[in-house]
Design a protein. Structure first.
Length: 347
């Protein structure tokens, strides 16, 4: 079905298509029997797929990466498509519109996307309320899903004050999410990647860890890193994870590299983060390096260029405990989730 719809969808602006598809997916799930039909068509429910990672029990290792559902609008719908966990955000303390449109571009010849969305979101209060509402619904009890909160800083917040934005998001989401992801690696907020340097990153993570216990509950905190880091910087990441005691790493975010692309130069040269197939090898290299150099001392969620079950297996073999989809989900459709899980059952 998706193979028939995809050529039509790809004729229109990617951001408009995103909202069109998600709106209609929500409508379908509200039709009597729609949610159950979605689960029966897409969900692979097998106890052998279950994973326990950083203390959380995942019903399967295939998750939805941050960026697809910034505002917590389609948690139930994505779970009904078969995702084992949903990462919402990136969210900021205050609402912000993001960068001017157009800000997302397809590169079909490369199986890729370029985006410069710029953390467009409705703010942390809206997201927290929506997650809380989801958890109260009957839909959630039928198909509960692990929810991660990906947090960032507002564009106008100076880097020197960035920790306050991360604290606001952390405190507001603490009661409703299962784990946190600190995003300092998006290339689309000016100056954000400077927070990946050791000193500011240690400050942010240590501050959050100090707040990470309420009513005897703590949440796993993960760090999402860029694929453009050198091995020396990856060594720093390993040291930072071990010194701060955070739960793990998500590898990787989008890249600013444009190496090896075959699409038209006017698209290739659009500013923003590149995702999809051109990132497949590099993200796997980062996973393998982190896993090997750290002696598998912390979990890694692998994301970047997963367009097939084989890509997923490669990430897991390299050292990932879980994987996430975004661009591959857009290019290959929801059937990719089930194909990956079915492949894992054969290993």
């Amino acid at each position: 079905m998706y193979s028939l719809l995809k050529p039509l969808l790809f004729k229109f602006d990617p951001e408009k298509v995103h909202y069109f598809v998600t709106r209609n997916l929500k409508r379908f799930n509200k039709v009597p029997g729609g949610a159950a039909l979605s689960r029966s068509a897409w969900l692979v429910n097998d106890a052998r797929l279950k994973r326990t990672v950083f203390g959380l029990k995942f019903k399967n290792p295939v998750g939805l990466a941050a960026g697809f559902d910034k505002n917590g609008e389609t948690i139930a719908e994505m779970a009904n498509l078969g995702f084992g966990f949903i990462e919402v955000g990136t969210v900021t303390p205050l609402p912000q519109p993001g960068n001017p449109k157009p800000r997302m571009f397809r590169l079909p010849a490369d199986g890729a996307l370029i985006n410069r969305m710029g953390f467009n979101n409705l703010g942390v209060d809206v997201l927290a309320s929506r997650i809380a509402a989801y958890r109260k619904t009957a839909e959630a009890t039928k198909n509960p899903v692990i929810i991660g909160g990906n947090i960032g800083k507002n564009k106008n917040t100076p880097n020197g004050d960035a920790v306050s934005d991360y604290i606001k998001c952390f405190d507001r989401l603490f009661e409703v999410v299962d784990y946190f992801v600190v995003n300092v690696s998006s290339p689309n907020t000016p100056g954000l990647r400077a927070l990946q340097e050791k000193e500011p990153l240690m400050h942010i993570l240590n501050t959050l860890q100090q707040r990470n216990r309420k009513n005897d509950i703590s949440r796993p905190i993960l760090l999402k890193i860029a694929p453009d880091l050198t091995n020396e910087q990856l060594d720093d990441i390993i040291e930072i994870v071990q010194q701060t005691g955070i739960a793990g790493v998500i590898a990787t975010n989008t890249t600013i590299s444009r190496d090896g692309l075959t699409s038209a130069p006017e698209v290739v040269n659009e500013p923003g983060g590149l995702s999809g197939k051109p990132l497949t090898s590099r993200s796997t290299e980062v996973i393998r390096y982190l896993s090997g150099k750290s002696n598998k001392s912390f979990p890694i969620i692998g994301v970047g260029g997963i367009h097939s079950p084989e890509d997923a297996v490669e990430k897991l073999d390299a050292g990932a405990s879980l994987i996430q989809l975004y661009t591959g989900f857009i290019y290959e459709g929801p059937g990719l989730i089930g194909r990956i899980n079915k492949k894992l059952l054969t290993l």
